[in-house]
Design a protein around this ligand. Structure first.
Ligand code: TRP
Ligand code: ZN
Length: 898
């Protein structure tokens, strides 16, 4: 890797259409691990819509150039350089054949063509295709692809690529071939091939219009028993996209392939999705309920990309959220529909709560640091660094707001128009917004700011009740949370915020809603206010009693709401709000407020105490049998340490940990009998069921177990956890029991049982890499104690024979889990965590820059920490900055230090 020069910045404003277009591509591969020969024949012509260029500049990385031909004749004017191929004085329209060689066996970046477990795989998004052959590797160049694969039949019996299989057969010397054709034009980032020893679970289904489709889930032979859930998820996804959006599968076959070395979750290559094994393989013994849910979501996500991303793609990478925000929104809606249908609001809300929790914990933090960027970024150094929470999760919220404004039917009309206008094109976020606006007869010019302004908007709320006039006014004021410079520069004016509100009466029931000027109250007791000014008042009339406002119902916009609720009012909302999301939200506000106060006291060494009324509010939720177990589990889970630390003026992970542990212990001891009862009541005896209801019981039961493990005397909890560990017939219960044992051991003893369970877990699952990942992660995220800091355990595990830095899942399970998911231990005052972090970023930088850059981000909020920690973090960042090789990591650390 030689990218040591100061990186170039790519700007959205510099976009220009390509000087040439490529209409067809015929690729031929002779697959050999150390030396794969690629022959690439393209139909090239000048782009009538671009300014004329004499030369054709193709991108290429890590390629050995062999030769070029134009219209069948050797072409001498082709000059290979480190980043591509320059062809001088080419004709207006011609056939270009290029031959080059790459080395998949040596490719540890997992971008381009690489070998994993002896099989070949590709990953081309965003700019990996140029590591396979020279090309105009940009998404606005769309071509039809034909692919011929040749390889040893014994070593690579299965040969796959995009689209339909045209022919296959034998070749001399024990080799064979397969030829594939993808009838749809696509950008190069959607190209894929797979070759190796794989087997498939197959199903044939009929699509909406009655056509038969072949579905396959390809895995290594020993994993075939873990493919059923992925297949079911795929079938459900196909049905859902037909029903909800009228979108049908357009190919005769659809393939999913699992690979254990993979940089991210999964990839939507046309007709040949390639997945991290983590998001495919599951059976009750190896996968948790969360894994099952994630698989359903990711299978859905990649499948939905077939229309939102593939049929309509992005003009340039600044438009990434066009496909990612929209597709995340679609997968979130899919999961909600699978859990609760269109009408079970409480079941849908659990999914919504989980999604909002991720957004607030991760995306809000991103917005508060040096990587803050708009949903449609203005510039980047390395595009791989912009597959972010903002582009994905905030992008999804932006799409959701259209649906909140126009309703499901209005949103559907907008989607229909989007496909009618843009099928087969590479387009922009503006094109999407215009389709939504035009289909609903609206001007959405102001809404564009959601794409161009970075930072988390803050809405402060004032209310006033006039008893004599029976008027209730709600005044909203919008601005931004104290944003970092990167975000502040982008902020130009107020946003169109769909602000959903309800008013609650003294009996806890919703009041009728009638805004000033309206003839009568609406039937709905939630109203979406269109809040467009910096400050704006809305007046409700005929309000018989002073209401309690339920604000931003269902989290109708990705903003922070400030309103001066009293603790009693929050407890009341927690008990009564008809909006399940806001019920949960009230509990979180209550807990956050207490925890922040406690963290402040812990930071200054003042003794901690918690008011009985808070304990009582939580006790009511715990014992309220009218609430679903899944909801109770979410409501009783305290905000994470990372989220709480981020709320402090100066992040102090140790103080946050002390405060949160204090509250957990207090709730455990005060409600011991209730926890025990819940633990007993929500056991799920008998065969494992993967339904949301059964998962809800397990979640609540295991939460109870985790609280019981906090008891001053945890003997009973240790006994229960050991018994649960031994008797478990599923991974959810087994992993929860192991986690409870580890945490009880750190706090109060029981370390013999914890060690026994850990050893048993390893032996039992030695041959299941995804489970061994859990084994590493559970240890990296455990509580730890002064006598036994987790850094010591992590360092020791780095030398374990099963540890492997080159496998991203394994690196994440140990290193990322420690550096990003165990803040109290990672931010140890002696700086040991930061030194470890620096070593690992540098080591990974030489192997896999994409993964290294992700790890590098775990220190980006360093300026927000207490002075004692800040200096250690700066030193670690500077160490990395002085040794970094890749553009990926350099962009992150330079932005952090700037
Ligand atoms: N487009 C993929 C998705 O979100 C994600 C993706 C982008 C990716 N770049 C990648 C996956 C690199 C793996 C490796 O669905
Ligand atoms: Zn995606």
């Amino acid at each position: 890797m030689a990218d040591t020069a100061t990186p170039n910045v790519i700007r959205r404003a510099d976009y220009a259409p390509p000087a040439f277009l490529i209409d067809t591509v015929a690729l031929e591969f002779d697959l050999v691990p150390e030396r794969t020969i690629v022959r690439n024949t393209m139909r090239v012509r000048r782009n009538p819509d671009a300014s004329r260029a004499a030369h054709l500049e193709l991108m290429g990385e890590q390629l050995e150039f062999v030769g070029a031909e134009i219209d069948g004749q050797p072409f001498a004017n082709a000059h290979a350089h480190e980043h591509g191929l320059l062809l001088d004085n080419v004709p207006d329209s011609f056939e270009l054949t290029l031959t080059s060689i790459c080395n998949p066996a040596a490719n540890t970046t997992l971008s381009g063509l690489y070998v994993s477990g002896g099989n070949f795989f590709t990953q081309c998004e965003a700019e990996g295709f140029r590591r396979i052959t020279y090309f105009l590797d940009r998404p606005d160049v769309m071509a039809t692809f034909t692919v011929t694969l040749r390889a040893s039949r014994a070593d690579y019996p299965v040969l796959l690529s995009n689209g339909n299989l045209l022919e296959e057969g034998d070749l001399p010397d024990g080799r064979h071939f397969a030829r594939w054709e993808d009838p749809f034009r696509k950008p190069s980032y959607l190209f894929a091939l797979v070759a190796g020893k794989l087997v498939a679970l197959e199903e044939r289904v009929k699509s909406g219009s009655g056509k038969e489709k072949l579905l396959q889930v390809w895995v290594e032979p020993h994993d075939l028993d873990k493919t059923r859930h992925a297949m079911d998820s795929l079938i459900h996804s196909i049905r859902w996209d037909e029903e909800r959006f009228g979108l049908e599968l357009d190919l005769d076959r659809f393939m999913i392939v699992a690979v254990s070395d993979f940089n991210m979750g999964a990839m939507e290559n046309k007709g040949l999705n390639i997945f991290n094994t983590k998001y495919v393989l599951a059976n009750p013994e190896t996968a948790t309920d969360t894994d099952f849910a994630n698989i359903e979501a990711v299978v859905g996500h990649e499948y939905f990309h077939n229309w939102t991303g593939n049929r309509v793609t992005c003009r340039d990478w600044f438009q990434l959220s066009l496909k990612e925000g929209l597709t995340v929104f679609r997968d979130q809606e899919f999961s909600a529909d699978m859990a609760g249908g269109a009408t079970d609001e409480a079941a849908r809300a659990t999914k919504r709560i989980e999604d909002v929790r991720v957004l607030r914990q991760m995306q809000f933090a991103e917005d508060a640091g040096p990587m803050a960027h708009p949903v449609r970024p203005e510039s980047y150094v390395e595009i791989n660094n912009f597959y972010t929470m903002t582009v994905y999760e905030k992008g999804s919220e932006v799409v959701r707001m259209y649906q909140t404004l126009f309703g499901r039917d209005g949103f559907r009309k907008g989607m229909d128009l989007y496909f009618k206008r843009h099928d087969g094109q590479a387009v922009t976020c503006d094109d999407f917004r215009h389709a939504l606006a035009d289909a609903n007869g609206r001007d959405l010019a102001q809404f564009e700011r959601w794409y161009s302004q970075a930072g988390t908007p803050r809405v402060s709320v004032r209310t006033q009740y006039d008893a004599a006039q029976r008027r209730y006014s709600v005044t909203l004021r919008q601005g931004y949370a104290d944003a970092p410079p990167a975000a502040r520069e982008t902020q130009k004016g107020p946003l169109l915020i769909p602000f959903a509100i309800g008013l609650i009466g003294k009996d806890g029931a919703d009041l009728p809603l009638k805004l000033e000027g309206e003839a009568k109250a609406s039937a709905a007791t939630t109203r979406v206010l269109e809040f467009t000014q910096t400050e704006q008042s809305f007046t409700f009339v005929d309000v018989a009693q002073e209401p309690l406002p339920s604000l931003l119902r269902n989290f109708s916009a990705p903003v922070i709401v400030e309103y001066d609720y009293s603790a009693d009012q929050l407890a009341f909302l927690l008990a009564h709000d008809s909006d399940p999301f806001n019920r949960w939200e009230a509990g979180q506000r209550l807990a956050t407020r207490e925890l922040m106060a406690l963290a402040g006291r812990a930071a200054s060494g003042v003794p901690l105490q918690l008011d009985d009324s808070v304990v009582a509010a939580f006790a009511r939720v715990l014992t309220d049998e009218t609430l679903s177990p899944a909801f109770r589990e979410l409501a009783l889970m305290l905000p994470s340490e990372a989220y709480l630390a981020e709320q402090m003026a100066e992040s102090n992970p140790a103080a946050v940990h002390a405060a949160r542990q204090f509250v957990r212990k207090r709730l455990a001891n005060a409600l011991e009998n209730e926890w025990l009862k819940v633990y007993e009541q929500h056991r799920t005896p008998g065969a494992y069921e993967a339904t949301p209801e059964a998962a809800g019981h397990r979640a609540l039961k295991n939460l109870a177990l985790s609280y019981l493990a906090e008891l001053d005397d945890p003997a009973e909890a240790v006994r229960l956890a050991s018994a649960q560990y031994d008797a478990a017939n599923n991974m959810t219960d087994r992993a929860a029991a192991l986690s409870a044992l580890l945490n009880a051991a750190a706090a109060n003893g029981g370390s013999v049982q914890a060690q026994q369970a850990l050893d048993d877990f390893y032996r039992r699952f030695e041959k299941e890499p995804l489970v061994i990942d859990k084994w590493f992660a559970l240890q990296a995220t455990q509580r730890g104690s002064a006598q036994r800091p987790v850094i010591d355990i992590v360092r020791k595990l780095m030398t374990h024979p099963a540890f492997n830095l080159k496998n991203p899942n394994r690196a994440r399970s140990l290193i990322f889990s420690f550096c990003a998911a165990n803040p109290a231990q990672f931010h140890a005052e002696d700086g040991s965590g930061y030194a470890f972090w620096a070593d690992q970023v540098i080591a990974l930088d030489a192997i896999n820059p994409q993964v290294a850059a992700r790890l590098a981000r775990s220190l980006e909020l360093w300026r927000r920490f207490t002075p004692a920690l800040r200096e250690g973090m700066r030193a670690a960042l500077e160490k990395v900055a002085s040794q970094v090789k890749s553009r990926d990591v350099r962009e992150i650390v330079e932005k952090a230090l700037a």
